[in-house]
Design a protein around this ligand. Structure first.
Ligand code: FAD
Ligand code: NAD
Length: 464
């Protein structure tokens, strides 16, 4: 068997692994990256990017249909239709371009990429089984585990055929007439709403009593309103029992009544689990934090020089967290003094309206024993929102009462994902309400609602 020796071996070429490898290469660390499927990992191939492409296509289609029904803007469109095979080809084109871009960046940084599945022999030795080719044994000083996560399967409804995972829903063979979505979390609602916009009859079954149960209720109310307005049927507090093609999905509600929901396809989106099995990881006997690999504030596992980042290390399972951890590990291996201790990690849900949460909500701040003030500014009072026909939703700020240090931002509305940068920067830089209130925000922009929320918390909002 061919053998190579390197300073750093990264297992997994997702946003965590590829960013770590690029940064390590930039810092002159001899680096090998093993990827069994596709560079870019879940995020780029079957996650963030293709989902946002599909959401955009569905949104454009819905807008065209909306304009065709008599537009107040004076736009005249006749009966739009969608060629879903072309939509999927367009989405695949974006994925291919980005994945190729990652390969180019790794090359530029001098990283050696091994295409194949890695199997751990010990903390310094890994075998990579190349597809149909020779295996390579890699000996390394540092091992970085960035193996990501995979969708959770329901025992009563294993993936395959009519039962879709998020991956299947991103490359649909057909636009089904009726789709049942199990799970009203990130994936269920982002993709459920997109399918509704494609004209599909969508029914959502959720075990909790609310949609997006990890967010606070005030924030998710506009999303709930939009779901109901668009005709998505919700069954909250229900559990699914199984599926058969004739009757559809068998559901049980809180009163133990059972009923069936007819569906040609069922999207199961009930969470993701870390990828920790099947490649010899168990043999290292690393400390675990529940199902996840336990890491400290340096992203170190319980074994010396074995590091872990991204989804395999737990919540929040978000691409930008994995990337930031990847950079942090590479810089430590290069000898820099670093810790992974961000003030806040933004979370964005790309529903329509979008939801952004950064830092503490009012409830979380109070639960932490902090005396805080919070104030919201509605988009109904924002000129830009009116010109975009997007007056639903608001921006909310949370700050300490004594010194006005900003603790958190939340927003719901069309296009608010782009406000996440301003929110996170203000918290990371230790801004106070006066800093944001005193910053000139461009007019007319949605960002003015950020300034107005800070002004309102100080008791002198101008435009409300
Ligand atoms: P992954 O991206 O999962 O990459 C791990 C890689 O390791 C994979 O390519 C896998 O093939 C490889 N691998 C695993 N084991 C081995 C082995 N033994 N040998 C070789 N290779 C191996 N996050 C966001 O921040 N924003 C979003 O909008 C967003 N949307 C999403 C939409 C969907 C539908 C899904 C499913 C996820 C979404 N996420 C989003 C989550 C995001 O994709 C993950 O948080 C992110 O990809 C995690 O990065 P990672 O590097 O930890 O792992
Ligand atoms: P999720 O944790 O966001 O939502 C799962 C939902 O399913 C929850 O509301 C839960 O109560 C419900 N549920 C669980 N078991 C159930 C059952 N048996 N029947 C009915 N409902 C059930 O998980 P997800 O939507 O699968 O997404 C997985 C992860 O991917 C997310 O946690 C997130 O980290 C990541 N993601 C992020 C984004 C983004 O950042 N925009 C988008 C998609 C995915």
């Amino acid at each position: 068997m061919k053998e190579i020796t390197t300073r750093l071996l990264v297992i997994g070429g997702g946003p965590g692994g590829y960013v770590a490898a690029i940064r390590a290469g930039q810092l002159g660390i001899p680096t090998v990256l093993a990827e069994g499927a596709h560079l870019g990992g879940t995020c780029l191939n079957i996650g963030c990017i293709p989902s946002k492409a599909l959401i955009h296509a569905a949104h454009e289609f819905e807008r065209a249909r909306h304009q065709a029904q008599g537009s107040p803007l004076g736009i005249r469109v006749q009966e739009p239709s969608i060629d879903i095979a072309q939509t999927v080809r367009w989405k695949d084109g974006i994925v291919k371009r980005l994945s190729g871009g990652v390969a180019g960046l790794l090359r530029k940084a001098g990283v050696q990429v091994l295409k194949g599945w890695a199997r751990i022999e010990d903390g310094k030795t890994v075998t990579v089984q190349a597809e149909g080719g020779e295996s390579v044994r890699v000996r390394c000083e540092h091992l970085l585990l960035a193996t990501g996560s995979e969708p959770v399967e329901l025992p009563s409804m294993p993936f395959g055929g009519a039962i879709w995972s998020s991956t299947d829903a991103l490359s649909p063979d057909v636009v089904p007439k009726r789709l049942v979505v199990v799970g009203a979390g990130y994936i269920g609602l982002e993709l459920g709403m997109a399918y509704r916009k494609l004209g599909v009859e969508v029914t959502v079954v959720e075990a909790a009593q609310r949609v997006l149960p990890s967010y606070d209720e005030e924030l998710t109310q506009p999303v709930l309103d939009a779901l109901q307005k668009s005709g998505v049927v919700l069954h909250l507090g229900c559990s699914v029992q199984g599926y058969d093609a004739k009757h559809g999905v068998h559901v049980r509600n809180a009163r133990a009544d059972e009923f069936a929901l007819p569906a040609e396809r069922v999207l199961v989106a009930v969470g993701r689990r870390p990828r920790t099995a099947g490649f010899g990881l168990e043999s290292l006997q690393l400390d675990m934090a529940g199902r996840y690999l336990a890491v400290d504030a340096h992203c170190r596992t319980s074994m010396r020089n074995v590091w872990a980042i991204g989804d395999v290390t737990g919540e929040p399972m978000l691409a930008h967290r994995a990337m930031a951890q990847g950079e942090c590990v590479a810089e430590q291996i290069a000898g820099q003094s670093r810790r992974f201790e961000p003030m806040a990690i933004p979370a964005v849900c790309f529903t329509d309206p979008e939801v952004v949460v950064v830092g503490k909500t009012p409830g979380e701040a109070r639960a932490a024993g902090l005396d805080c003030i919070d104030a919201a500014f509605p988009f109904s009072a924002n000129g830009r929102a009116m010109t975009l026909e997007a007056t639903g939703g608001f921006v909310r700020v949370v700050a300490r009462r004594d010194n006005h240090l900003i603790l958190g931002w939340q927003a719901v509305g069309q296009g608010v994902a782009e406000l996440a940068a301003a929110f996170t920067q203000s918290i990371e830089m230790g801004a106070r309400l006066e800093d944001v209130a005193g910053t000139i925000h461009a007019h007319p922009t949605l960002g003015e609602a950020v300034q107005e929320a800070a002004l309102r918390a100080l008791g002198h909002a101008v435009h409300i």
